[in-house]
Design a protein around this ligand. Structure first.
Ligand code: G3P
Length: 216
């Protein structure tokens, strides 16, 4: 399972990349706004921090506009992945860009049928929004499960990129189902390592080691 971080904060990205556990980055217009930085400049910097795909989202809503913006974005670096919304224009743009060999992430996926369309459009990634699905009274994991089943039925190569992940249990469930990627806020990635018994165990070993009077 690949780990992407869902942020445009370059300090967090650099810190997590240094662990060797980060496989990519996803951004969206809200995260760019939160960073307070210039879109192209911050995307360029992020692309230099990780080897894996960096999703940068178009803001045009029509196919021509999306293609024009994708041209600008894909010149930034080889690891840019163009993020398009799950609309007819977004799917049309996805088909065109992927047939040219460009990575595309189709975002704002809220149904298995939408994910089926993204796969048929040749998407590299589809982003089902687990947390927002849960927020609205649906089960985000049922969505991931349905997409996994459908993609496996037809051997689609589109990777399921579970997004809108809010906590470690979401990550656990996605891993059980077999999502290819989870994109998580930095705090969720950092929380995955935590366990009270790990901390307690270290404390006990350190106390006993001190009693030996030895050093390494
Ligand atoms: O990048 C898209 C997605 O991960 C957003 O998450 O928490 O705003 O629903 P959230």
């Amino acid at each position: 399972m690949k780990f992407f971080v869902d942020t445009a904060d370059t300090n967090d990205i650099a810190d997590l990349a240094a662990t060797g556990l980060l496989d990519g980055v996803t951004t969206n217009p809200s995260l760019i706004a939160k960073s307070g930085r210039d879109f192209l400049e911050v995307t360029r910097e992020i692309c230099g921090l990780v080897d894996g795909p960096v999703s940068a989202e178009v803001v045009a809503l029509d196919h021509e506009g999306m293609m024009r913006e994708a041209e600008i974005l894909r010149k930034i670096a080889d690891n840019v992945c163009i993020k398009v919304p799950l609309t007819i224009d977004g799917l049309k743009t996805c088909k065109k860009l992927t047939s040219d060999g460009t990575l595309v992430n189709v975002t704002l996926c809220f149904s298995a049928n939408q994910a089926l369309l993204a796969a048929k459009a040749g998407a590299s990634f589809v982003s089902p929004f687990v947390g927002r699905h849960d927020d609205n009274g649906f089960d985000g994991m049922d969505l991931i499960r349905d997409i996994r089943l459908i993609y496996d039925n037809y051997a689609f190569e589109t990777e399921i990129l579970a997004a809108s992940i809010r906590h470690p249990v979401h990550v656990l469930e996605c891993a059980r189902i077999g999502a290819d990627v989870a994109t998580m806020p930095p705090a969720v990635i950092r929380n995955l390592v935590k366990h009270v018994l790990t901390d307690k165990g270290i404390e006990g070993f350190m106390a006993d080691w001190a009693k030996t009077g030895q050093s390494l």
